[in-house]
Design a protein around this ligand. Structure first.
Ligand SMILES: Cc1cc2nc3c(=O)[nH]c(=O)nc-3n(C[C@H](O)[C@H](O)[C@H](O)COP(=O)(O)OP(=O)(O)OC[C@H]3O[C@@H](n4cnc5c(N)ncnc54)[C@H](O)[C@@H]3O)c2cc1C
Length: 325
């Protein structure tokens, strides 16, 4: 019996890779830590609705990603959100900035990753070690594989490298910064004045010690709920990684300060991302060794975002198909 290709990680990169392999007729299995797919494209049910706590939105530039997003739009999973956001520079008046269309997801951003997983075999489980036997066979927790894809941030992939593949750790040297994400909700929206005369959709917060970004989750999802999701700076997150909940009151205060919100929120939820964003860009779109161990994800390729992760997985999948197919 031919061993399957094992893809570890069911974020958008792993699933994009697995789809290419599966469509080429290869036997592919995806293993993912946790019950839900999506990785950092994470949504959580809070106050009776889904809020997006990881990736805030995605943008589209490559035609291969555009084709997939067109499908999501046609089936109601994704919608153009806004091309105009607010910039809040410390000590300066708020201004608006135009850029690429940012896409939102009515059902939460995880829903589009779930769509990519349809038809694929995804097993729940935390992989602990990838090895190569003296005879040259790759194994995942002892199970033989024709090829192994690690589709996750470098720090998470590096710790999986066991006997026979440890020397590949040198290729996984990209540091990732942490982020704390705070979702907070109020009885009504009071923050539009910050962006007036436009509506407030989201803001890049520059030069602030605590916050880097705030999204109006109701507007990006399209249900108009008065819910904000703020992302901290890496410097704010770093000292709070062991006790993140202790940072929540300071983040609430920072959101209220920056958006001039008079009242405390009705409720809030804080999510820790110890490994959130690559600290720098690595232009190679993926890595594939001669022994069929490959790495992909948003740490690979020129754009460290949702689209970049999708394209990284796609490119590694195509390279594996060319080799094994
Ligand atoms: C706070 C935050 C805000 C962001 N904002 C944006 C944004 O606005 N726009 C944008 O385009 N991008 C944004 N991003 C980045 C975007 O989320 C990522 O680029 C993208 O989701 C990366 O996908 P991935 O598949 O490479 O990795 P991940 O989504 O991290 O997937 C990796 C998967 O591997 C699994 N895994 C890890 N270790 C193991 C193991 N040992 N065994 C089994 N499974 C394992 C994980 O559980 C996870 O499911 C943001 C990220 C964060 C955290």
């Amino acid at each position: 019996m031919v061993a399957p290709v094992i893809v570890v990680g069911a974020g958008i990169a792993g699933l994009s890779c697995a789809r290419v392999l599966s469509r080429a007729g290869l036997d592919v299995e995806v293993v993912n830590r946790g019950r839900k797919v999506g990785g950092r494209m994470a949504s959580r049910r809070l106050d009776g609705r889904s809020a997006d706590l990881g990736a805030a939105f995605f943008t589209v530039s490559d035609p291969r990603f555009a084709e997939v997003v067109d499908g999501w739009e046609a089936s109601g999973l994704a919608r153009p959100w806004t091309d105009t956001l607010t910039v809040l520079d410390a000590g300066a008046p708020a201004r608006s900035t135009s850029g690429p269309m940012r896409w939102g997801t009515p059902g939460g951003i995880r829903s589009v990753v779930e769509d990519l997983a349809a038809g694929l075999e995804v097993a729940e489980g935390q992989v602990t070690v990838v090895s190569r036997t003296p005879g040259g066979t790759l194994t995942v927790d002892g199970r033989p594989a024709a090829a192994v894809v690690l589709a996750m941030p470098d720090p998470q992939a590096r710790v999986l490298l066991g006997d026979g593949v440890q020397h590949e750790a040198a290729r996984l040297d990209l540091p990732f910064d942490p982020v704390l994400a705070l979702a907070a909700w109020w009885p009504e929206r009071t923050w539009d004045s910050v962006a007036a005369p436009a509506l407030f959709h989201g803001a890049f917060v520059n030069g602030d010690d605590d916050l880097a970004w705030i999204a109006d989750d109701g507007r990006r999802r399209g249900d108009d709920a008065p819910v904000l999701v703020a992302h901290s700076t890496a410097a704010f997150a770093l000292p709070h990684l062991f006790e993140p909940q202790a940072a929540a009151p300071a983040m609430v205060a920072a959101v209220r300060r920056v958006l001039e919100i008079p009242a405390e929120p009705t409720g809030y939820y804080l999510q820790r991302w110890s490994v959130a964003r690559p600290a720098r860009v690595r232009p190679e779109p993926f890595w594939l060794g001669e022994q069929n161990l490959g790495f992909c994800g948003d740490g690979w390729g020129p754009v460290s975002r949702v689209e970049g992760a999708f394209l990284s997985g796609l490119a590694l999948g195509e390279a594996l198909v060319a080799r094994l197919g």
